[in-house]
Design a protein around this ligand. Structure first.
Ligand code: ASP
Length: 315
């Protein structure tokens, strides 16, 4: 956030003004098109360079940042982690300085270590923006925004809602960012239901109910977010992770979903493990808005790029 209250870097949702979030959601709506029609385009980043640096696996986020940049007419550089200099020993900051010297304007960063996006934001030249595309288990602000947009589209707003997140919450940046956004935009009840050993640090979720009672947490809820076990962040693997009974005990089955409100929506950030944290029939069922989340993710990323272009008079 710049001193004038405008968005300059996007590192996390916490601390942002409601208006900043709502403006991005409203702008994202303008980029949505009916299926089958040509996608929205905007040339507000023509002549500008966006560098996507993904030092951790990604499918949806990376593809949607790339498409968003192209649909805003930017030049796009996707740094392939396998061939990047970082694995040859160059520090991430040296990579950044190299791309800065090639006149990159916006860095999109995903990294498995906490603090990397903020470090880069502190070191780049002042006209450059840094967008966090997933930071360890700490923050994933564009995912939070696309989840907020999806909830708003289906529920009309955020006040008075019950939002239940189930699965590996301890290691989830998705849960962190969504709850940060919800607490900025409304007054919703948050229930976090995790299997044993996957409960979050309560300090990260003030006001939320934390439980291992998955059935109870789903009772009467408006929104269910299912989460994957974040194997890559768990050093001591537990037998729970390979338990064929996981779905029955802790996942979102059709029977469990019946406990939620009849109009409850089912979300998942992907990648999804069918019949582990979510039953395939639920993922494909009428209450699932999972593919809608993907569509919204692209629109939200376009909206963020448009916001940066508008704020900073990039001409
Ligand atoms: N795609 C999400 C993330 O990057 C969720 C996940 O990986 O499970 O955090």
């Amino acid at each position: 956030m710049a001193e004038d209250g405008h968005l300059h870097h996007l590192l996390k949702l916490a601390g942002l003004e409601p208006k900043v979030l709502l403006d991005i959601l409203d702008q994202a709506e303008t980029y949505l098109r009916p299926p089958g029609s040509a996608p929205a385009r905007d040339d507000c980043l023509a002549g500008r360079t966006i560098a996507n640096l993904f030092f951790e696996a990604s499918t949806r986020t990376r593809a949607s940042f790339e498409l968003a940049a192209k649909r805003m007419s930017a030049d796009v550089l996707n740094l392939d982690v396998n061939t990047s200099s970082r694995i040859k020993g160059e520090s991430i900051l040296d990579t950044i300085y190299t791309l800065q010297a090639m006149q990159a304007d916006i860095f999109v960063i995903r990294d498995a270590s906490a603090g990397i996006p903020a470090l880069i934001a502190a070191k780049v030249e002042p006209h450059i923006s840094v967008l966090n595309a997933g930071e360890a288990d700490v923050s994933h602000p564009t995912q939070g925004l696309l989840d907020l947009l999806t909830i708003r589209q289906h529920k009309g707003g955020f006040d008075g809602l019950t939002v239940t997140i189930i699965g590996d919450i301890a290691h989830s940046r998705v849960a962190r960012s969504l709850i940060e956004g919800l607490s900025i935009l409304g007054n919703s009840e948050v229930r976090l239901a995790a299997p044993p050993g996957m409960e979050p640090d309560p300090d990260h979720y003030p006001g939320a109910t934390i439980t291992s009672d998955i059935d109870g947490a789903i009772e009467g809820t408006d929104v269910i977010v299912t989460l994957r076990i974040q194997r890559e962040r768990i050093r001591e693997k537990s037998s729970l992770m390979t338990n064929p009974e996981y779905l029955k005990q802790y996942g979102l089955t059709e029977a469990r979903l019946e406990r939620a409100r009849a109009d409850a929506i089912v979300m998942h950030p992907g990648p999804m493990n069918r019949d582990v944290e979510i039953a395939g029939a639920v993922a494909d069922g009428p209450q699932s808005v999972i593919t809608r989340q993907v569509t919204n993710g692209l629109a939200v990323r376009m909206a963020i790029l448009a916001t940066l272009a508008g704020n900073r008079n990039l001409a």
